[in-house]
Design a protein around this ligand. Structure first.
Ligand code: SF4
Length: 115
């Protein structure tokens, strides 16, 4: 038996699975879907920061606009770490479309005004 903590909502239900079709402990269908995804293709939203040139802040927070496969996270992070953007930066600006072929876009999550 394996325990999975559901991260879909703040309840954090403890789900128990035998790794096959038996899943217990979820309080809603979203938890059941999460457990199934965790056993087949776990995904996460990538969050990070990138360098800003000429801004009032030196870094800008970024994230993918949808979860991507966990197996692609490290390679995607390498791409994100190489990014640099010039101020001013708008919130929601798409930096990379379809990152790693995942259909997710990497977007900024804050504004950074220029100096
Ligand atoms: S199973 Fe449902 S209620 Fe429980 S943490 Fe997941 S989403 Fe929330």
């Amino acid at each position: 038996m394996k325990e999975i903590i559901c991260i879909v909502c703040p309840n954090g239900c403890h789900l128990i699975t035998d790794g096959a079709d038996r899943i217990e402990g979820y309080k809603c269908e979203r938890g059941l879907d999460y457990a199934k995804a965790e056993m087949t293709n776990p995904t996460r939203v990538l969050t990070s920061t990138i360098r800003v040139v000429g801004g009032i802040h030196r870094r800008c927070s970024v994230k993918t606009d949808r979860p991507i496969s966990k197996v692609l996270l490290m390679e995607a992070m390498e791409r994100v770490n190489s990014l640099e953007v010039a101020a001013p930066v708008e919130c929601g600006h798409v930096l990379i479309k379809n990152i790693m072929g995942t259909e997710a876009n990497l977007v900024t999550t804050r504004e950074v005004a220029g100096i």
